[in-house]
Structure formats: structure tokens, C-alpha cells
Write a protein of this length. Structure first.
Length: 185
């Protein structure tokens, strides 16, 4: 965030894609039905699927974060699964329908998590940004009108070298004081 107020925060839609097949010895693949092949075909279609974009917020994005399946190299796999994460730029209903249609009927699609896209309050004179990530703000419903601001860079988040510069921490103190004063009026 680098001590800038977020104008908006993208939402999250988690999709789980599961394929089922029939085990067989790998020497006789015609006796089996590969769940991994079904999953890979669905993922290929989903990666090629057109995602919405918003000129103010940017594109909806997809990350295939986890793939698992199979039992051993010599067994045609009867199970395969992938966890996907879409960053939302608006309501998710149409995207959900498109994901299910695009994935096809060889896989099962579920949506275990959704956090909505959020437009946020800003304060005049404070630099702004668009948060391409999701926050817990949608879950904080009884705390008034939220502001999203803080030190550090999202570009190093979730990495081995995650850090916040000391100067940004010091600057954040001044920024929080300024915000508190401006919000009192």
C-alpha cells in the first residue's frame, strides 16, 4: 500500500475444480479414464476464458494455486483437483456461470469462498491506489466506513523476503494521526 489510501479493493472468488476417472494399469490406458486429462482440459479452457476488465480498477485475474491428483506414475488417475482464485472487479454471478460453462461437464466446479469487490472511502490530499488484492474489510461490517491504508509493498507480500521499510513505518504514524484529525471534523 506504501501509505496510500485504496480507492477500491478487488474481491476474491475461489473455485475448486474436481475431476473423476477410472483407475487402470498405465500399460493399458484404454482400460482407464484419466481424471488428470479431464482436469487439464478444463484448466486449459479456463485459462483461455475471457475475464472482465474495468478501466478504473483493472482486469479480473486468475491464479491456479494448487493442483493435485493421481496415485502413482504407473496408474491411470481416478482423481484430480485444482484450487483457483479469481480477483473480482465487480459482482461474481456472471463470472460463476461462465466458469461452470467453460470448465465443461467432465469436471465438478464448486465455489467455497467469495469476498466481494469493494469501493472504499478516500480522504482529500492523501495519495490513492487500487488494491489488486483482497482484504478482510467485507467481514468488518460494524466498524463504520472503512479506510484501507498502511505501510509496506504488496509486491513482497507472501514471499521469503517480505519486509516493511522503517521509514514507511514512521511515515505511517504521521499519516494515521493526519487521518484521525481529518475524520474528527
Amino acid at each position: 500500500m506504501e501509505n496510500r489510501l485504496a480507492l477500491a479493493s478487488k474481491g476474491t472468488l475461489r473455485a475448486e475444480i474436481t475431476a473423476r476417472g477410472r483407475m487402470a494399469h498405465s500399460a493399458y490406458p484404454e482400460l482407464g479414464e484419466s481424471a488428470i486429462d479431464k482436469l487439464l482440459a478444463a484448466l486449459t479452457r479456463l485459462r483461455a476464458m475471457h475475464l472482465p476488465s474495468n478501466p478504473e480498477v483493472g482486469p479480473c485475474t486468475l491464479n491456479i494455486g494448487l493442483i493435485e491428483g493421481g496415485r502413482a506414475p504407473n496408474i491411470i488417475p481416478d482423481y484430480a483437483h485444482a484450487d483457483l482464485l479469481y480477483r473480482l472487479i465487480g459482482p461474481a454471478e456472471e463470472l460463476r456461470r461462465n466458469i461452470v460453462a467453460c470448465a465443461g461437464d467432465q469436471v465438478e466446479v464448486t465455489f467455497p469462498l467469495e469476498l466481494p469487490f469493494q469501493r472504499l472511502k478516500t480522504i482529500d490530499g492523501i495519495p490513492t491506489m487500487i488494491a489488486a488484492f483482497t482484504t478482510d474489510i467485507p467481514k468488518l461490517t460494524r466498524w463504520g466506513q472503512p479506510l484501507l491504508v498502511g505501510p509496506g509493498s504488496i509486491h513482497v507480500a507472501h514471499t521469503e523476503g517480505e519486509y516493511i521499510e522503517k521509514q514507511q513505518l514512521h511515515d505511517a504514524i504521521d499519516l494515521y494521526c493526519l487521518l484521525a484529525k481529518q475524520l474528527q471534523t
